[in-house]
Design a protein around this ligand. Structure first.
Ligand code: PHE
Ligand code: NA
Length: 452
């Protein structure tokens, strides 16, 4: 297809790729994961994972997208007819995530609004679970939580709007606004956090290295897991986004920039979150390790409490939840684009129709989570997607490319033909041996934890 949509500028592509990578994983997953897996010592396996899996796979996905100029399913089909299903598997994983991710973005939107007047009062946990989500009769389907429904619809309207407008006028445009805003706002929050009393204790707890953790296999698996999730690898996203690159684009260089930008943001988030946790621990007279949490609990229960305790609550509360919102929405746009591009090509329909069909279906499914029983479902689905779906998608991808199609050399010469940085043995070894072995271990470890 010669009139394939394209990014307007190299910066536009980079902002969109960074927008996909930087998400809730950086803000609420990384800090707790690093803390629980060796603190300062976690940076060793983490950097190792970035350089032997994260960036190599990013280069591989960028090269596939750039070379075959197609969505993930069609790119795999072009490599080998029998591999199209790998692309569809990745698209399916992204589709499932896109049905519950907007719920969290919707909560962030509401909490940005609640920040004015700190509506959660002095019992943020009770407010979130009881007043806001109304989980009193969790387990029953059918009764919608109206406070989730309205912001959820608002999020979907934005997603439809940006995706409907296309690659340059929609996705690139959104990320051009969101990502610089996100970085500035988040930087302000981190400065505020590290100047709070108790911040130093928080940072000490975060960076204190437990060197013995380096000998622990599950710490290494956690590092690779964080890198995969955080770089949006094996979700069909990066293949789709790079398929819109102009012919002359330094893909290898772009992959390094994306990888380092994402990790920098992650480090910044770790510093901000732990400084704030240090402040909270000091205010309540407990040790930092007692208040460490990740995920939904960190964002909607712990953070409201911290925000209430600090001067300028409304302002900083708004900035924090606005960051979650922007980080989440730019990732949401990227996950949804995978199936929109996929069905658009498969059925030769217009982008608008693909947005209506794919997005419409995801929207309907997302309504199932917007009621009390649905939130339990969300947890279960998220667990399986993260523990098996993604690891399998990555494993299929590298084994198919490196071993079945024996495509690495071809991809390498393609990347080298447009890049200043030349790929070497490091790259092929990472993809043919290191990544498949680690992903295999990850699957086994998750299975073992499941059964025990
Ligand atoms: N990379 C995102 C993050 O770190 C998460 C994500 C995964 C987004 C998959 C889209 C798809 O939060
Ligand atoms: Na990330």
């Amino acid at each position: 297809m010669e009139n394939r949509s394209q990014w307007g500028t190299r910066m536009g592509f980079l902002l969109a790729a960074i927008g996909s990578a930087v998400g809730l994983g950086n803000i609420w997953r990384f800090p707790a994961t690093a803390f629980e897996n060796g603190g300062g010592a976690f940076f060793v396996p983490y950097l190792f994972a970035l350089l032997t899996a994260g960036i190599p796979l990013l280069i591989m996905e960028y090269t596939i997208g750039h070379k075959y100029r197609s969505s993930s399913p069609r790119s795999f089909a072009k490599i080998s007819k029998g591999m199209e299903w790998i692309g569809w598997w990745q698209v399916f994983i992204s589709f499932v995530i896109s049905t519950y991710y907007p719920i969290i973005i919707a909560w962030s939107l509401m909490y940005a609004y609640f920040s004015f007047g700190t509506k959660w009062g002095d019992d943020p946990t009770g407010f979130f679970v009881g007043d806001y989500l109304n989980l009193a009769d969790a387990g029953t389907f059918g009764s919608f939580v109206p406070s989730v429904l309205l912001p959820l619809i608002a999020v979907w309207i934005l997603v439809f709007f940006f995706l409907g407008r296309g690659v340059k006028k929609g996705i690139e445009f959104a990320n051009r606004i969101f990502i610089p805003t996100l970085f500035i706002v988040f930087f302000i929050i981190v400065i505020r956090a590290i100047t709070l009393p108790g911040a130093v204790e928080g940072l000490n707890a975060f960076f204190e290295p437990d060197w013995s953790s380096i000998l622990n296999g599950s710490v290494w698996v956690a590092a690779y897991g964080q890198i995969f999730f955080s770089l949006s690898i094996a979700f069909a996203i990066m293949i789709t986004y790079s398929s819109y690159l102009p012919k002359k684009s330094d893909i290898t260089n772009n992959a390094f920039i994306t990888g380092f930008a994402n990790s920098s943001f992650e480090l910044l988030a770790g510093i901000g979150v732990f400084a704030a946790l240090g402040f909270m621990a000091q205010q309540s007279g407990v040790s930092v390790s007692e208040v460490v949490q990740g995920g939904v609990g960190l964002a909607f229960m712990v953070f409201p409490e911290i925000i209430s305790q600090m001067p300028g609550s409304a302002f900083f509360g708004f900035l924090f939840f606005a960051s979650l919102f922007l980080a989440g929405l730019s990732s949401m746009i990227s996950i949804s684009e995978t199936y929109i591009a996929g069905i658009q090509e498969k059925f030769s329909i217009s982008r608008r129709s693909a947005v209506l069909i794919g997005g419409g279906l995801a929207f309907i499914v997302s309504l199932f989570y917007a009621n009390q029983g649905g939130l339990n479902l969300l947890d279960t689905v998220d667990h399986f997607i993260n523990n098996y779906g993604v690891a399998l998608a990555g494993l299929f991808e590298v084994v198919a490319i490196a071993w079945f199609a024996r495509e690495l050399k071809n991809l390498q010469s393609h990347a080298d033909s447009v890049s200043d940085i030349k790929l070497g043995v490091w790259w092929r070894l990472s993809l043919s041996i290191i990544t498949p072995v680690i992903l295999g271990c990850m699957m086994l470890l998750n299975l073992k934890n499941e059964l025990s």
